[in-house]
Write a protein that binds this ligand. Structure first.
Ligand SMILES: [Zn+2]
Length: 451
């Protein structure tokens, strides 16, 4: 067993701490157990849910690491029973492959966090330490773990790290809107499109006047979902602050804009999972979890003048208007050809129906090139639409003009990176993330000039 080096050799909060590992795979129990023992933590293991419940009763562990997929009593059932027995015992789910419904169920039943197989040594240890450390502070607390986490990680411990820049000064006021967040924390699993790494999302509600922010699963730096923090816009939009980066954020941002969510903490592993290449899973998640209104002023950004980026074949323009409308034109060789679509963002339902299902697309001739550049490694054949000379290769079109609808989906996401919905008519032709971000930066400059 490799010993993990630490600058600190003793940690007082580890004294007498017991972690229960529940997994039907003996190799996981052995490896994970060894790693935690090396850290000075007492480890107890259980090969199934029944044994786990007995051990919880018997030894009252300070943390349970629980596999989701086990024969017999599965992880979710075991989680529910552990919560009945001992509501304050933190439980972290472990899974190699979970889908949205199991992840959500785990969230609703009180799981504190999740780890993905294959387990990453450093982040596993970090997470275990942070939970055990927190446990020593909150020993007498009777708050359910999810609430305790949300409170400590958002309004409490991390409050100082959240930069509520969107809410400091709101110039160019359009209509007043209700601030919104999600009703409960939620987890979503998936794979990164560009890195191909397994990735997950933990969404946590934030109080009014916070804004939307990204964080690493165990990193403490929080990066605002704001144009000032956009680092790259090559094939997807990435925000970064210090070591915390969140890539491919545009589809999630698009759904957040459509659902009017203004305050949220999104934890991910460097990249938002691509899901099926559309925004549909994010909409489903918000529908399942529920969105709640919050008190506090929040206004659309009413664009006061026409702004245009580019000209000729590739350009995007925004003009003052009463609502956000995007009119997009796309020209590619057949079978895509020329496509034109106009969409006004007025409610989540029409977005979910008309825009959210449209998927990221790639042309067969470009895939090799993207992969050479280290991109699209997650491009299995179920998370984007692959277009050959005859049409869609890997699946049928969801709309006859799916590509142009996806361009609108991307634009809505990118243009939400001032943290307030834009109010204006956008006309675009053959533009991508870089143009969207340039346009938004111009609007951002107008705001700054008024500040
Ligand atoms: Zn996209």
């Amino acid at each position: 067993m490799t010993k993990v080096a630490h600058c600190e050799t003793t940690r007082s909060y580890l004294a007498d701490k017991v972690v229960l590992i529940v997994d039907d795979e003996a190799s996981i129990r052995k490896t994970l157990g060894g790693i935690l023992s090396d850290e000075g933590i007492s480890v107890v293991t259980a090969p199934d849910g029944e044994t786990a419940l007995l051990k919880v009763k018997e030894i009252q562990p300070h943390l349970v690491l629980l596999d989701i997929w086990m024969p017999g009593m599965d992880g979710l059932e075991t989680l529910a029973k552990i919560k009945d027995l001992s509501p304050n015992t933190p439980v972290v789910m472990i899974s190699g492959h979970a889908n949205i419904s199991t992840a959500l169920a785990a969230t609703k039943r009180g799981a504190l966090d999740f780890l993905e197989k294959p387990l990453d040594l450093t982040s596993t240890i970090k997470l275990v330490h942070s939970i055990l450390q927190q446990d020593s502070h909150d020993k007498l607390s009777s708050t359910p773990q999810w609430e305790a986490l949300t409170e400590n990680s958002t309004t409490g411990r991390k409050a100082s790290e959240i930069n509520p820049l969107v809410f400091r000064q709101q110039h160019l006021k359009g209509r007043a809107l209700k601030q919104k967040t999600i009703a409960h924390p939620a987890i979503l699993y998936g794979q990164g499109l560009h890195s191909g790494r397994k990735s997950g999302l933990i969404l946590e509600p934030l109080p009014a006047n916070s804004g939307i922010h990204f964080a690493g699963v165990s990193e403490s730096t929080i990066v605002p979902a704001h144009v000032d923090f956009v680092e790259s816009t090559g094939f997807a939009t990435t925000v970064r602050l210090g070591r915390t980066q969140a890539g491919t954020i545009e589809h999630l941002m698009s759904a957040l804009c459509a659902y009017g969510i203004s305050n949220l903490l999104i934890k991910c592993n460097g990249e938002v999972p691509v899901m099926d290449g559309s925004a549909l899973e994010f909409c489903r998640l918000f529908d399942d979890v529920g969105v709640v209104e919050q008190e506090g002023e929040w206004y659309e950004i009413a664009v006061p003048e026409t702004i245009q980026i580019g000209d000729g074949k590739e350009w995007i323009r925004i003009e003052p208007a009463d609502e956000l409308t995007i009119d997009y034109t796309l020209r590619y060789p057949e079978p895509v050809g020329e496509q034109h679509f106009t969409f006004s963002l007025s409610d989540p339902e029409s977005y979910r129906r008309e825009i959210a299902p449209s998927r990221t697309f790639s042309f067969v001739k470009d895939v090799g090139q993207l992969q050479k550049a280290g991109l699209a490694l997650g491009g299995r054949f179920d998370n984007f639409l692959l277009i050959g000379s005859e049409g869609a290769i890997n699946d049928s079109w969801r709309f006859s003009n799916e590509p142009v609808r996806h361009k609108i989906l991307d634009a809505i996401g990118d243009l939400y990176l001032l943290g307030r919905p834009l109010r204006g008519r956008i006309t675009a032709c053959m533009t991508g993330h870089s143009d969207n971000i340039q346009l938004l930066s111009k609007v951002g400059e107008l705001l700054k000039a008024l500040a």
